[in-house]
Design a protein around this ligand. Structure first.
Ligand SMILES: [Fe+2]
Length: 288
């Protein structure tokens, strides 16, 4: 008998991937301690190597950390790392150096780890698993608290403007929408009755195949906030595609596939290497 495949399961919308998250940090030494020594990620060796900015590689995603007053994503940022036990040991080792900051780390009931950066960004860190496809190191999701009654409209915005699929779910407390922004990546907007922190200027970057279509929609409604260059523009307001009602604020850096940095290979190291137990030939991170 012929195998029946669900061909829609492999469909991608217009968003090819979420590449980087950008938050400004006031102290590069603390940032390096948290992201490189603690989380075990790798400083981009080619770009932004001075004290004014640091790019941190996490598989094929990045954090951008320019030096300035701190910015904080309002919800947890999902991470996948290959070895949670090694991660926990590293986080314990940096505790003292980040004493007096907002740094914290704890193990969750489901086995994942929650860590908070020195300025309050929260990371939910998972071992690889089927829910993350073949990702063993990367940023699979970012979650945002949003006002009640906005999740469905946010899903429609991404579907209409970016051709992305979304899943809207509702439980007793709230609705949430999961928007696909890459083969193994999503943005999660979860309705919350609590106050939503005022938007502070953090941003994320996405690559799209159809670059002009979303631009035309956003431009017509006066929503483009920056015409960066030939290959990039930005917007901040997520609006209901029919009524124009503003639903949420989150700066998106939108890049074309012709952007010079599209598909750039990121260098990743094996963070388990150390002086006392060095393994020759094992410096680079290799996906398990
Ligand atoms: Fe950026």
């Amino acid at each position: 008998m012929e195998t029946m495949y669900d061909r829609t399961a492999q469909d991608m919308g217009n968003v090819l991937g979420m590449e980087h998250l950008n938050v400004t940090v006031p102290n590069q030494e603390w940032a390096q301690t948290f992201y490189a020594a603690g989380l075990g990620f790798t400083r981009d060796p080619y770009m932004m190597v001075g004290p004014e900015n640091m790019w941190i590689n996490i598989g094929q995603q990045q954090f951008h950390l320019p030096t300035s007053t701190p910015q904080v994503f309002p919800g947890p940022i999902g991470l996948v790392v290959p070895d949670l036990e090694a991660l926990k040991a590293r986080l314990v080792r940096i505790r003292e150096r980040l004493d007096g900051t907002k740094f914290s780390c704890a193990q969750d009931d489901d086995g994942s780890v929650t860590a908070t950066c020195p300025w309050g960004n929260t990371f939910r860190i998972h071992a690889p698993g089927p829910q993350f496809g073949d990702m063993t190191l990367g940023i699979p999701y970012v979650e945002f608290p949003v006002k009640p009654g906005t999740a469905a409209g946010i899903g429609q915005f991404y579907k209409e403007i970016f051709g992305t699929s979304y899943a809207l779910t509702q439980d007793m407390n709230c609705a949430q929408v999961k928007v696909k922004v890459g083969p193994q990546q999503c943005l999660i907007f979860r309705e919350s009755p609590q106050d939503i922190p005022e938007y502070d200027g953090h941003h994320l970057a996405i690559y799209v195949a159809n670059f002009s279509g979303p631009h035309a929609f956003l431009k017509q409604r006066g929503l483009i906030t920056e015409e960066s260059n030939n290959f990039q523009y930005r917007f901040q307001d997520i609006v209901h595609p029919e009524t124009g009602r503003k639903l949420f604020t989150l700066e998106h850096e939108v890049r074309s596939m012709t952007h010079p940095m599209f598909g750039r290979e990121f260098v990743n190291r094996n963070p388990s290497q150390n002086l006392m137990a060095y393994s020759r030939g094992r410096d680079a991170y290799i996906a398990a």
